[in-house]
Design a protein. Structure first.
Length: 255
């Protein structure tokens, strides 16, 4: 397969794009966080600190409650107390087993010697200290909030209906439709559907007239002709066009 011409932007494959979102509402930009600790005072401090942000927080003082929440609802992040590892371990296991939450960000709270190392070993993305007052906790959580928000924004997808060409070199060999788009991938409809795992070069134009040339990997594929694809490379001008189009859609949704 020929390389895409021009400057390209390599994208991380970490975002799961298999879920389909038909539309985006302003409420989706509220971050949802599960707070899990047996220390009620700690959860109270974290809850007060999160009130300063656009966050819905759900405190869980027991393992059973935290696990039940992970099984029943989607969370953008889990804030987990790693000072008590026997408390944290079953909750982490439940999170990894949850299709809804296994890709969500894990923010660990740890102060004891070795606790931070254990937390990272268990899969925590970020560690914050066990502050005894709200103000320093708020400052730490502000950085965490923006990381979670960026992660959420990257996975949001917007409806689209544009013709797409699948290329061999620079020549189109198949046509289809792009039916939704995010910063990290697209949903395709074409017949026959590309095989799962295949890598393709594609070209299409956005409603803002941005011309997109990209390399994609097919993540899932169905006999109906639908498939979900992840961007591997996007030419630089095309990436800017995608971001500008998404920004316009976000402003429209939130106005």
């Amino acid at each position: 397969m020929h390389e895409l011409s021009g400057s390209t932007h390599r994208l991380s494959p970490r975002i799961d794009i298999t879920a389909d979102t038909a539309s985006v509402s302003p409420q989706e930009f509220v971050i949802s966080m599960l707070l899990a600790s047996s220390d009620e005072q700690l959860l109270s401090r974290v809850g007060r600190a999160l009130e300063k942000f656009n966050v819905r927080s759900f405190p869980a003082f027991t393992q059973d409650k935290a696990i039940a929440q992970l099984k029943s609802a989607k969370f953008d992040s889990l804030i987990l107390d790693f000072e008590d590892l026997p408390f944290a371990t079953p909750i982490l296991r439940a999170m990894r087993e949850s299709k809804m939450n296994r890709a969500s960000m894990i923010i660990g709270i740890a102060d004891k010697p070795g606790a931070a190392h254990e937390a990272f070993q268990c899969g925590a993305n970020l560690i914050i200290p066990r502050f005894q007052t709200t103000d320093p906790l708020t400052r730490c959580l502000r950085a965490s909030y923006y990381l979670v928000l960026r992660n959420k924004r990257a996975s949001l997808r917007f409806p689209l209906d544009k013709e797409v060409q699948i290329l061999h070199g620079q020549q189109p060999v198949m046509e289809g439709r792009v039916t939704n788009l995010s910063e990290t991938g697209i949903k395709l409809v074409c017949h026959p559907a590309p095989e799962k795992g295949s890598v393709l070069d594609i070209a299409f134009q956005l409603p803002n007239a941005a011309n997109i040339k990209a390399r994609i990997r097919i993540i899932w594929s169905e006999e109906s002709g639908e498939s979900g694809a992840q961007f591997l490379k996007v030419e630089e001008d095309g990436l800017k066009g995608i971001q500008e189009w998404i920004n316009t859609r976000l402003l429209g949704r939130l106005s």
